[in-house]
Design a protein. Sequence first.
Length: 240
Amino acid sequence: MQNFEPAMELARKNDMRFPNESTEYREARDALLAEEIELRRHIERVAEQRRRLPPGGIVKKKYTFEGVNGTVSFEDLFADKETLVVYNYMFGPQRERPCPMCTSLLSSWDGEVPDIQQRVGFAVIARSPLKRLMDFKRERGWHHLPLYSDGTGEFSRDYHAVAADGSDDAGFHVFTRRDGTIRHFWSAEMGGVTADPGQDPRGAPDLMPIWTILDSTPEGRDPHWYPKLSYQGLTSASNA
């Protein structure tokens, strides 16, 4: 394990100061900065541990999906990459409208897709028919998200995106293709049973940028607030 300089010593080297701040504020902020440094280090340790996972299960089924260019195989989703990221979108046939939380997350990812696809394959899979997915893509103003319909629901069921009652669950998965063999590498597994009391059953790091922003505010996350698919009364200035 690499020996790092103590986080508090690094924090004390920080010479950033803001107008009219008090000594009390600076002492508390430096203590918080040390914790933020430790958090960054822990995130790096977890990412390294994830990369060291042994090979996951081989993908043996011949899953197919409907995309804008017709039927594609699971391997097709990799394109020319050796790694594939898949998000299971909660927009199945039982839902009149898609999940607002999933939609908020995907909206934040839409502009990143061209960058993501420089490194890995990327696909968003839902159980609704493709036309339904594409209609909502246009409604939401998404440009880049590659949407695919899992018409049979087989992939979604196998990778825990369908609950016992047939409703949708979200999923975030990573697969690899090495020497012609496709394997599951990692999936987000944190949920209700792993949540701490009084906290969201979220993963770590949290995939949703909105929570990262709100966590930096004095109000933090409101456990009773939930994103909406649309907001009435918004002006063009408020959307700028």
